[in-house]
Design a protein around this ligand. Structure first.
Ligand code: 5AD
Ligand code: SF4
Length: 425
């Protein structure tokens, strides 16, 4: 039996793709690259921006033919959009077998089993008769060298543009023991980089333990070479966190710090609880503890009522902050959020033009950071034999040594717009 998993959306959704596949794999499914080759498709949907949701819905629509071709096939829709749309999804797309919302992910294996076990058994019997499984090509999620560990889910904030708190619910923390056990198991299985995940990952706590304690403990696992976490909330980005990173060699390189806007007026409307100046101050403190660190960020343009002057503040702040990477978005109203109650009054063409100006600045900052590495020797974690990432998160390919799962010293000879090239030394 063959399974195809598709994820649209954030890191969290990507990591959950693995969890969503697990109970099916336990029933004997192997993963394949294309839905046409699959007996079951799990579609992991994200709703954080309108765009991701549209893509997911249009794929569900297209999968009707896939299902009609062999009605015994199974289509499962999971994740945040499934949570948000629930029954209406089932009504609009009757060919969907099971809808499992993001809040039910802990229950997911049981739900899948209860709802579909008879179907899976029938599929398995039919398959054995044809013995078609040999053609299945297993695919991984990311590289085997880098693995995700979910640390917490949900969010206790209420940024006014954001649908996450309503589809994910309040913060739930996994236990210290569970996080350490999963991390140790993944390292024992060959992972050399772990990415700790959660909507506000650094708000994790258990008893008197806080996120910095967890970071140190995971960072001390023998064999682990890189430790990342995302997305941290600026509120918990304090000196303790920076100190724990500085004391954990695997965690020193890169941090994603979402800015969202540079205008204090817009930040207040967004309910981000910091001003531009406070954000820069946090970034400066992080860099003081971690002189080698690179920071990446998320920025939204065209939030309701954003003026030209507001947008220019964003450009100024980005120029001062100098993120090595930026993920930029046009604001889209999400139903039920506070911001969606005010008119989406920045015209589409203005949003588009602002996005283009912001992207030009962000791309130039990324290009500067890449160019600054030319001629230097960097340490790359080999993820795929001659391709990997530097400690500060830049993609790099090189000639010479191939050593998947190991650190390779590379002299950088060339910087492209997004990646580095060099020779192993
Ligand atoms: N419109 C545009 N971008 C959004 N994001 C979250 N909600 C919205 C929205 N309604 C962006 C934020 C967040 C990232 C995951 O998605 O920048 O950090
Ligand atoms: Fe959304 Fe804000 Fe929570 Fe991040 S912190 S998930 S942007 S509400």
């Amino acid at each position: 039996m063959r399974l195809h998993v598709v994820t649209f959306g954030c890191q969290m959704a990507l990591a959950e793709g693995e969890e969503l596949a697990a109970p099916l794999k336990a029933r004997g499914f192997t993963t394949v690259d294309a839905p046409e080759d699959a007996d079951a498709v799990v579609l992991n949907t994200c709703t954080v921006r309108e765009n991701a949701e549209h893509k997911a819905l249009s794929l569900i629509g297209r999968l009707k033919e896939w299902k009609d071709a062999r009605p015994e096939r199974v289509l499962i829709v999971a994740g945040c959009a499934a949570e948000r749309l629930g029954d209406s999804l089932r009504k609009r797309f009757p060919h969907v077998d099971l809808v499992v919302g993001a809040k039910s992910i802990e229950d997911y294996p049981r739900v899948v089993d209860e709802a579909l076990s008879a179907r899976f058994d029938a599929l398995a019997e039919g398959r054995q008769a044809f013995g078609a499984d040999e053609t299945a090509v297993p695919v991984g999620w990311g590289s085997a060298v880098s693995a995700h560990v979910t640390v917490m889910r949900g969010c206790n904030y209420s940024c006014s543009y954001c649908i996450v708190p309503s589809v994910r619910g309040r913060e739930l923390y996994r236990s210290w023991d569970a996080v350490l056990a999963e991390s140790a198991a993944k390292v024992a299985a060959g992972a050399r980089e772990l990415v700790l995940l959660g909507q506000t990952v650094n708000s994790w706590r258990e008893g008197d333990k806080r996120f910095p304690d967890l970071l140190r403990a995971v960072g001390a696992l023998p064999g682990l070479l890189r430790l990342r976490f995302e997305s941290p909330h600026p509120f918990f980005m304090n000196d303790d966190m920076a100190r724990a990173m500085a004391e954990t060699p695997a965690a020193r390189g890169l941090l994603h710090v979402p800015l969202q806007s540079g205008s204090d007026r817009v930040l207040a409307l967004m309910k981000r609880h910091y001003t531009g100046a406070q954000f820069l101050e946090k970034a400066a403190r992080l860099r003081a503890f971690l002189p080698e660190i690179e920071l990446s960020t998320d920025i939204i343009v065209g939030f309701p009522s954003e003026t030209e002057a507001d947008f220019e503040r964003t450009l100024e702040l980005v120029a001062a902050f100098k993120p090595a990477w930026s993920y930029t978005f046009k604001y889209s109203p999400r139903e039920g959020t506070e911001a969606a109650r005010t008119p989406d009054d920045v015209p589409a063409a203005v949003k588009e033009a602002r996005l283009a100006r912001l992207n030009a600045l962000c791309d130039a900052l990324t290009a500067d950071a890449l160019k600054a590495r030319v001629g230097t020797v960097v340490e790359a974690l080999d993820e795929q034999g001659g391709f990997g990432r530097t400690a500060d998160g830049f993609k790099i390919s090189w000639t010479g040594t191939r050593a998947p799962g190991r650190l390779v010293k590379v002299r950088v000879s060339h910087a492209g717009p997004r990646t580095l090239r060099g020779e192993a030394i």
